[in-house]
Design a binder for this molecule. Structure first.
Ligand code: GTP
Ligand code: MG
Length: 195
């Protein structure tokens, strides 16, 4: 996969706007500010391709990027941001729910959590959506550069336990800032698109 060849496709506010051709779709989900856009940028070796928000909760649409004309990276809007209106939250819920209900859209799910923290109730709900989708998913524990090495293993174990992951679901330590975990995550992605 030539990650240098990446193009922005569209920003979908409604399910009807989402592409549904034969290309696989890799969806990035997670709390607002966890680093979804940053992880996509890191995978593509770009600085600000997927926009990294100055203010959290800025990604309100579903952003589609096409990589090497072979796969979509789908940047889902973040959840759990306190300063979002009730209407916005409801809109988010409807959009994501519809997106997950359309089984043709998802090939591989990527749930981003923060390696520093215990996953929130929202993270658990998101993990359940991925489980219910019946499609494979992987958990990426981001911001590894922000904690001490001695905390990595216990925090990874806490994430696995809190999200009640089965043995097949990988948890990858990641730092969008430093690039750690990039090759491992790209490897998982490649495994799921070279059908
Ligand atoms: P929304 O689009 O609002 O849902 O946020 P997002 O999940 O896309 O997060 P984004 O990529 O915009 O990153 C949020 C902030 O975290 C930015 O200031 C990033 O620079 C920072 N950040 C992301 N990943 C890392 C990381 O691995 N390490 C560190 N230190 N900072 C990170
Ligand atoms: Mg974002």
């Amino acid at each position: 996969l030539n990650t240098q060849n990446a193009e922005f496709v569209l920003s979908a506010a409604r399910l009807a706007d989402c592409p549904r051709d034969s290309l696989p779709q890799i969806a990035f989900a997670g709390r607002s500010n966890v680093g979804k856009s940053s992880v996509i940028n890191r995978l593509l070796n770009r600085k600000n391709f997927a926009r990294v928000g100055s203010a959290p909760g800025k990604t309100t649409h579903i952003n589609y990027f096409r990589i090497d004309r072979k796969v979509y990276f789908v940047d889902l809007p973040g959840y759990g941001y306190a300063k979002v209106s009730k209407q916005e939250r409801a809109r988010w819920g409807r959009l994501i729910e519809q997106w997950f209900a359309d089984a043709s859209l998802l090939t591989l799910g990527i749930l981003l959590v923060d390696l520093r923290h215990k996953p929130t109730a929202d993270d658990c709900v998101m993990a359940q959506w991925f489980k219910d989708s019946g499609k494979p998913f992987v958990v990426v524990a981001n911001k590894q550069d922000k904690i001490k090495k001695s905390e990595w293993e216990p925090n990874l174990a806490r994430i696995r336990e809190t999200l009640a992951l089965d043995a097949q679901t990988p948890v990858i330590s990641f730092s969008a800032e430093k690039g750690l975990g990039k090759e491992e995550l790209l490897g998982v992605i490649l495994d799921h698109i070279s059908a």
